[in-house]
Design a protein around this ligand. Structure first.
Ligand SMILES: Cc1cc2nc3c(=O)[nH]c(=O)nc-3n(C[C@H](O)[C@H](O)[C@H](O)COP(=O)(O)OP(=O)(O)OC[C@H]3O[C@@H](n4cnc5c(N)ncnc54)[C@H](O)[C@@H]3O)c2cc1C
Length: 384
């Protein structure tokens, strides 16, 4: 951990606010409250580091790795990028993904190059590609699930080659039992744009995410307490004004309505004595191996190092909560917790924000927007 951070092992001050969780949301809200309102903030995290799932760190080889999966920062909002630029310089995001299908690597998401390669038609143009897809699409005017959505968009061959196996591995749920949006998030392009995402700003913090969030919370009004579960402080330490909670919403309410399910991942990191082993940062394996993807983050960080580290991602049912499971029953249970959270905000000044607290998969840019929104709610309520 860099030295600038004001890390404490014992609480000595009166705090206006306690922020539970030092992920992107906790760091942003702490920074805004400290720098804009001059409030004293205690930022607590149960892990041994800040930055939440955006945490990056050096592997024992010295290679910078993304500890909780690759993080590709992207946004369409210049104001958001400008805000973060107070805490980091940037390098361009080099986000290229390929899918391993039938022992070949194909550009993914599907684009014109994928279609040319897959259908062995090297001269296919956009118009012909559209006609080809039209001839293969299955008719689902209102797709009710991810399978119908993909079949209605690209047809069965591409669905079975690129989507079905990956989705089964990732969720252990058949695409026909998942909401259309789960596979619907992935674009299909009829041009040769090979980038993973479409956003206007695709950037990586030049010194990494942990460095950016460390700069963010390095403020004299912010104390950081690591390896501390908020539960252990909650009843003994009362903040002067408010609490911001970014942990799991059901845990806050002692799971009294039941447990919200999450999909987890296990990461395995392997060092290789060569500069690079993959042609791009991410390779998806929809149909082979127990892992879903291999990631060589050096393609993104741009680090020069004679060795490389590959991470292998194995989806699991047990473990840290990474992905809320997008099914109707879970959304309904979350809504009941949300009603309790709203009462808690009104009566006890506890604000719930972020991926775990809102039971929603947010990308980092989206969650930072949520955090800025929550900061504004707090500011408007208490600032006179
Ligand atoms: C595998 C994976 C890949 C991703 N890839 C991308 C990507 O490519 N691009 C992108 O933009 N986004 C990506 N994301 C999303 C990104 O990680 C999230 O948007 C972001 O981390 C959410 O921030 P948060 O603060 O809400 O939650 P988190 O990052 O989860 O942080 C919450 C923090 O709260 C702490 N905490 C929880 N409960 C307690 C408690 N009781 N007491 C103390 N501390 C507590 C946790 O330890 C954690 O550090 C990815 C996420 C995952 C899981």
């Amino acid at each position: 951990m860099p030295l600038m951070i004001n890390q404490v092992s014992k609480i000595e001050k009166e705090y206006s606010v306690i922020v539970a969780g030092a992920g992107p949301v906790g760091c942003v809200i702490a920074e805004r409250l400290a720098s804009q309102l001059g409030w004293k903030v205690l930022l607590v995290d149960k892990r041994a580091h800040i930055a939440g799932n955006c945490f990056d760190t050096r592997h024992e080889s010295g290679v910078l790795i993304h500890r909780y999966g690759p993080h590709y920062f992207r946004s369409n909002k210049i104001d958001l990028v400008n805000y973060l630029s107070n805490f980091t310089k940037w390098i361009p995001g080099n986000y290229i993904v390929k899918s391993s299908v039938n022992n070949d690597l194909y550009p993914f998401p599907i684009n014109l190059l994928t279609l040319r390669q897959f259908f062995k038609q090297p001269d296919l143009n956009a118009e012909q590609a559209e006609a080809l897809l039209a001839s293969r699409r299955e008719h689902f005017p209102n797709p009710a699930n991810s399978e119908e959505f993909v079949l209605s968009r690209v047809g069965r061959e591409l669905y079975e080659a690129f989507y079905l196996g990956y989705t089964l591995k990732q969720w252990n749920i058949h695409p026909r039992d998942l909401a259309p949006s789960v596979c619907g998030r992935i674009p299909v392009r009829l041009n040769t744009d090979e980038r993973y995402v479409d956003h206007e700003y695709q950037l990586t913090p030049a010194e990494g995410f942990t460095n950016m969030f460390t700069n963010m919370v390095s403020h004299p009004n912010i104390d950081v307490m690591l390896e501390t579960d908020f539960e252990t402080l909650r009843h003994s330490l009362k903040p002067g004004i408010a609490t911001v909670y970014t942990g799991q919403i059901d845990e806050y309410f002692d799971f009294k309505l039941g447990k919200l399910p999450w999909r987890s991942l296990q990461f395995e990191f392997k060092e290789e004595p060569t500069e690079y082993t993959q042609p791009c940062v991410q390779i998806n394996y929809p149909n082979e191996h127990g892992y879903t993807r291999t990631v060589e983050i050096k393609h993104v960080t741009g680090q020069k190092h004679p060795h490389t580290v590959i991470s292998y991602e194995y989806p699991t049912a047990e473990g840290d909560p990474y992905y809320p499971i997008p099914m109707e029953a879970n959304a309904a249970l979350y809504d009941r917790y949300k009603a309790l959270a709203e009462e808690e905000t009104a009566n006890n000044n506890v604000y719930f924000c972020g991926r775990l607290a809102e039971y929603k998969y947010f990308n980092t840019d989206e969650v930072i927007e949520r955090a800025l929104h929550t900061f504004n709610l707090i500011k408007n309520r208490y600032e006179h």
